[in-house]
Write a protein of this length. Structure first.
Length: 464
């Protein structure tokens, strides 16, 4: 099939498989989409990006792809699938990867063989660690959502979105409170696995080293469907080891070569589909990144300069605004690959972990000491440290943000932006005198900085 025909087919298919709103599950609107004969996709919510679960009726039984993070929803889905296909001989559950929103409801299919990549089990185990902390975080999320609704500042669509999230988080909270136990895959594989279901075959390919190490592609050639899980939904080269990439490249290329057998590219979250071109674009991106970041690490080139030039806009304009692709994902991909190929530790990643674990105040001094003691064990990027400083500022942790921005100034003493951020943190903390001094330093390094001039004028007025 020519490229244009593939595109045209994509348009026609989109018209044919418009999702229909059937009912609701636990107060969330239910969607059932018929992808092709004996292949359906289910999800809840009109506004949230909930997990899309697919089901395929085969001669040897029903095969389900992914569970969600709310077993109650999976119980409802199982009944709906039964009704849609008029049978209940469930045979396999396939997890596209180990994230909790694709595996938590596995127990609903404990009568089936559960299949996943060999690295998924460890992730599933992790999802059930720290349950008390998860409950606390979830309760915090619920409270924030309630506050947002009560603020009266939301428009109708925002309100509907927040309401759906609130239902989702409440259901997840109920699950967390129920002393939950993980349900692991019963059959795993590394590079490739084929399941023979009579009239239909499932070809499972390692697609890991992308969204997670455990991601897989699931090709169902008789149905013309490729399930891509989150590989393309939250796109990037974000995890995995150097050994994963040659396998990923080989598997992905083999799927590109079989484009005539694939009509539907189905992601694990969005309600839409991808085109062949979008699938191929992402493959080209992964190949380019693997080559270019490895070359940078091998030659010891300057990472700050590389990042400034190697933007999506400059190098991959065809991916700008493409679904699932973000500048942040792009940066995290470079960070991950550079870490692998240089053998160095990402200081930004270590910082991010501290902030995510709510542990910055306790852990930063030690991390900073480690970095300054053995600078060539780590790599760090000015804009990355700066970004994380603003995360702390947003959380109103002014002293923590100041500590981090101060380190950035120490590491990058010629950067006007490092001074600017530090000045802004002092200003937000209320130390206007110190902020003024630092804004002036920043302006001395870059006289073109109009925002700096505005800040200085404003502070001088306020101090008077
Ligand atoms: Zn995921």
């Amino acid at each position: 099939m020519s490229f244009n025909k593939v595109l045209l087919a994509g348009v026609i298919i989109t018209l044919m498989v418009l999702p229909c709103l059937a009912d609701s599950v636990e107060g969330l609107p239910l969607h059932i989409q018929k992808i092709t004969a004996n292949v359906i996709r289910l999800w809840v919510g009109n506004y949230i990006g909930s997990t899309a679960v697919s089901a395929i009726a085969t001669q040897k039984g029903i095969v389900v792809i992914d569970s969600t993070d709310i077993p109650k929803v999976d119980q409802a889905f199982r009944k709906i699938i039964e009704k849609e296909f008029g049978r209940n001989d469930f045979k396999y559950l396939i997890n596209t990867h180990g994230h909790r929103d694709h595996t938590t409801g596995n127990g609903v299919y404990s009568d089936c063989q559960i299949i996943a990549h060999e690295s998924a089990a460890e992730m599933i185990k992790e999802n059930f660690n720290y349950i008390p902390q998860r409950i606390e975080r979830n309760n915090g999320d619920i409270q924030r959502l309630k506050n947002e609704i009560e603020s009266g500042k939301l428009n109708d669509e925002q309100k509907a979105t927040v309401n759906e999230r609130l239902i989702e988080d409440t259901l997840y909270g109920e699950f967390l409170e129920s002393s939950p136990q993980p349900v692991f895959p019963t059959k795993t594989f590394r590079d490739k696995l084929v399941l023979d279901c009579g009239d239909v075959t499932f070809e499972l390919y390692q697609g890991g080293g992308t969204h997670t190490q455990s991601d897989i592609f699931i090709l169902v050639p008789q149905k013309g469907v490729l399930f891509t899980g989150d590989i393309l939904a939250t796109f990037g080269v974000l995890s995995g080891t150097a050994a994963d990439y040659p396998v990923l490249q080989k598997n992905w290329k083999s799927l590109i070569d079989r484009k005539n057998e694939i009509t539907y590219y189905i992601p694990g979250h969005w309600k839409s589909e991808l085109t062949f071109k979008e699938f191929q674009d992402r493959f080209n991106y992964v190949n380019a990144l693997l080559t270019d970041v490895k070359a940078l690490a091998d030659t010891g080139g300057n990472l700050d300069r590389f990042i400034a030039d190697y933007t999506l806009k400059n190098k991959f304009p065809y991916l700008v605004d493409s679904p699932g692709v973000t500048d942040m994902g792009h940066w995290l991909s470079i960070d991950h690959l550079y870490s692998i190929y240089s053998g160095k530790v990402s200081f930004g990643n270590a910082l991010e972990q501290l902030i995510w674990d709510n542990n910055f105040s306790a852990g930063f001094d030690k991390l900073k000491e480690d970095l300054l003691k053995a600078k060539d064990r780590y790599f760090y990027v000015e804009t990355d440290i700066n970004r994380l400083g603003y995360t702390l500022l947003q959380q109103q942790k002014y002293d923590d943000a100041i500590k981090l921005f101060e380190l950035n100034v120490e590491l990058h003493p010629a950067s006007w932006n490092a001074y600017y951020s530090l000045a802004e943190a002092y200003y937000k903390k209320g130390d206007k005198v110190k902020a003024l001094e630092l804004f002036k330093k920043s302006l001395a390094l870059n006289a073109q900085n109009e925002n700096g001039k505005k800040f200085i004028a404003q502070i001088e007025k306020e101090i008077k």
